[in-house]
Design a protein around this ligand. Structure first.
Ligand SMILES: NC(=O)c1ccc[n+]([C@@H]2O[C@H](COP(=O)([O-])OP(=O)(O)OC[C@H]3O[C@@H](n4cnc5c(N)ncnc54)[C@H](OP(=O)(O)O)[C@@H]3O)[C@@H](O)[C@H]2O)c1
Length: 267
């Protein structure tokens, strides 16, 4: 399918690694010009230089939870490429309490709120400023399966803020529709990013697979493809939608039973 992204301008926030980096790579392969950001200057430079082999890339060190920095970034992308057609709000992280902490401090709460929600709000608004000037566009928020199924444990606040991102998708979709700007969302399940590969023990992985209908973790390219689809013109009648990309994690109370039984029967 031709997604109509050739010559379009796409922004991916939080793209020095993981799902964001792979999304930027796929957008470039579809022929888009791509702007990326993350906070650590050396990392975003390395990512930008690597991605340049696939097409035209603009990169900048930006903290998307900072209002001024987020809007300045949008303005810099417009200066560089003249317009913005797609914007992926990928910034997010599971910031957790320390081992000996029982409660969230105000400082930690502000940090989580910034990374898991404010960055998406500023991203939507920066995108909208540019897109309404050029007749429309597509915004894709990245939330999490944790926004649908509670993340009980040390990442207590991650899920609620991702749920807020799902609802933000619907409300912004409603507000921007009159300007032909669509807003959709992808909710990844457990995905093998560099960080997860390094920090997941064998036991954890077994547990994750047992709770997933497809009995495995996702790959970044499998999560990036639906994001790119939502950016492109294969999804022009979709807005306000959150798509779960999780291999069926959390969809049934007994995934191991159904998977093993079918395999045993050879169906
Ligand atoms: N991987 C999973 O299993 C999984 C599952 C569900 C949902 N998700 C969601 O998918 C998205 C991507 O996750 P990932 O696992 O690919 O993440 P990752 O590998 O940890 O990468 C996160 C990226 O965001 C950047 N970043 C973090 N805070 C930022 C900020 N305030 N401003 C700008 N950039 C910032 C990071 O670079 P700096 O630190 O240098 O800024 C990095 O480039 C997130 O929204 C995450 O919540 C991931």
């Amino acid at each position: 399918m031709d997604l109509g992204l050739k010559g379009k301008v796409a922004v991916v926030t939080g793209a020095s690694k993981g799902i964001g980096l792979e999304t930027a790579r796929q957008l470039l392969q579809e022929g888009a010009k791509v702007a990326i950001c993350s906070r650590t200057a050396a990392d975003i430079q390395k990512a930008g230089e690597m991605l340049s082999q696939y097409g035209e890339v603009y990169y900048e060190a930006v903290d998307m939870s900072n209002e001024k920095a987020a809007y300045d970034f949008g303005a810099h992308v417009e200066e560089r490429f003249g317009r913005i057609d797609c914007w992926v709000n990928n910034v997010g992280a599971q910031l957790t309490k320390g081992d000996d902490e029982e409660e969230y401090s105000d400082e930690l709460l502000e940090r989580i709120y910034g990374v898991c929600f404010k960055a998406a709000v500023f991203g939507c608004q920066a995108a909208f400023r540019a897109m309404k000037k050029c007749g429309g566009g597509s915004i894709v928020n990245i939330s999490s399966l944790g926004g649908r199924c509670p993340t009980v444990g040390k990442a207590t606040l991650y899920g609620p803020l991702k749920a807020a991102t799902n609802m933000l998708t619907i409300t912004m979709g409603g507000e921007y529709a009159a300007y032909n700007v669509r807003v959709n969302c992808v909710m990844p399940g457990y995905t093998m990013t560099e960080f997860n590969t390094e920090h997941t023990t064998e036991d954890n992985m077994k547990h994750i697979c047992e709770g997933t209908i497809m009995q495995r973790a996702g790959r970044t390219e499998e999560v990036a493809k639906p994001i790119v689809f939502l950016c492109g013109n294969g999804s022009t009648f979709m807005t306000g939608v959150s798509i779960e990309v999780s291999g069926g994690r959390g969809l049934t109370l007994n995934p191991t039973y159904s998977f093993d039984e079918r395999r045993r029967k050879g169906d």
